[in-house]
Design a protein around this ligand. Structure first.
Ligand code: KG4
Ligand code: ZN
Length: 346
């Protein structure tokens, strides 16, 4: 059975469309709205939806042309169905359902975190999904919307070990950046500044680091930075202090993520760790997780930087696996799924 797919991802502020066939990614375009939202210091949901509406048809046309695939050759349509920004998700979902209806093909609504979860298994040149290498693993999904630790016993068999009780790690990066006066999205800017900072100069709390559970919490860290800046406003005027501050906050977030992920893998006797989601782009995170995994004798699969942030390729790859396994497709009257929990099985 062949499976040529077209995938849409519009859950936040990236308009992304991808085309793939039998595990190969033929095209994966991402049109970012980050500049537009930077003016407001964060994503404005209605603006995001309007931009998706404006851009999606052109991005889809360009992706199909780049892949050299006519729409008549598609076997299925994939789309992020949730969680995400409601109006933004709706644009992708309605586009997917309309195309599926017009082409008389099935459509698959994919959970956004499940798409991130399998993105470490996509790689190489040319880009392809390498599920033949799949091993049971502990997966960290760490983005602007979520911080999730999952045990993946086999493909599509998930046990959520823990998640964040409040802010996601990426949200913490972004909120701290905003407090310091850095542009949105703050994560990449903090990463850049931290590269020239001293992580030991200012010490920040490591929330729930020694907690016995696999839960995370990052809002206290953000509050600690707020109080710290209230007490030392002069530091905001000093370039090196700002870089040291970024390095200190980053070190706290990274230590919690790395320690809890490796600890869970060791406790469960799992030999492989994966990490995905926007925060996986962070330089210190990639370095420290690699070092911790090597020290613990764990295989590490990190999503490639280009596939860590939101993209449609990861959505299409999961949909293709579901389609080939004969899993049920979506119905035409289905809506976006906002409070959708990560599917446990299947
Ligand atoms: O996965 P993603 O593109 O969208 C969501 O599903 O949320 O992740 C975006 C998040 C943002 O919070 C952004 O600041 C963060 O990932 N991020 C980073 C870096 N690159 C992106 N955080 C820290 N360091 C980075 N280099
Ligand atoms: Zn995401």
């Amino acid at each position: 059975m062949t499976a040529t797919w077209l995938a849409f991802e519009t859950s936040c502020d990236e308009t992304s469309v991808a085309v793939g066939r039998e595990g190969c990614i033929l095209a994966n375009l991402v049109s970012s709205q980050a500049k537009l939202h930077a003016e407001y210091g964060g994503v404005v949901p209605e603006l995001a939806a309007r931009e998706h509406l404006r851009n999606l048809p052109a991005v889809a046309r360009e992706t199909l042309a780049g892949a050299g695939v006519p729409s008549t050759a598609l076997d299925l349509i994939a789309v992020t169905q949730g969680p995400g920004l409601p109006s933004a998700l709706m644009v992708g979902l309605k586009a997917a359902q309309s195309m599926a209806f017009a082409l008389r093909k099935p459509w698959y609504g994919i959970h956004h975190h499940e798409a991130h979860l399998y993105s470490p298994w996509i790689g190489g040149q040319p880009l392809r999904a390498r599920f033949a290498d799949f091993q049971p693993n502990v997966a960290l999904v760490v983005s602007g919307g979520h911080t999730l630790l999952v045990r993946v016993k086999r493909e599509f068999e998930h046990q959520v070990l823990g998640s964040t009780l409040d802010d996601a790690a990426g949200e913490c990066f972004d909120k701290v950046a905003k407090l310091i006066g850095l542009p949105y999205p703050g994560g990449p800017v903090v990463d850049q500044l931290a590269a020239e900072g001293d992580p030991g100069r200012f010490e920040f709390p490591r929330p729930l680091l020694d907690d016995a559970t696999d839960e995370f919490s990052f809002s206290g860290l953000k509050t600690a930075v707020r109080y710290f800046l209230r007490d030392h406003p002069e530091l905001l005027e000093e370039g090196q202090a700002l870089r040291d501050l970024c390095a200190g906050v980053q070190a706290a977030i990274v230590e919690v993520l790395v320690t809890k992920t490796v600890r869970a893998a060791r406790r469960l006797g799992v030999k492989c760790v994966t990490a995905s989601g926007g925060v996986t782009c962070n330089t210190a995170f990639r370095r420290d997780l690699q070092m911790a995994c090597s020290a613990a004798g764990l295989d590490l699969r990190l999503a490639e930087r280009g596939l860590s942030t939101d993209n449609a390729a990861m959505v299409g790859v999961v949909a293709e696996r579901r389609y080939l396994r004969g899993m049920p497709a979506g119905a035409m009257d289905e809506e976006i799924r906002l409070g959708w929990e990560l599917p446990i099985c299947g």
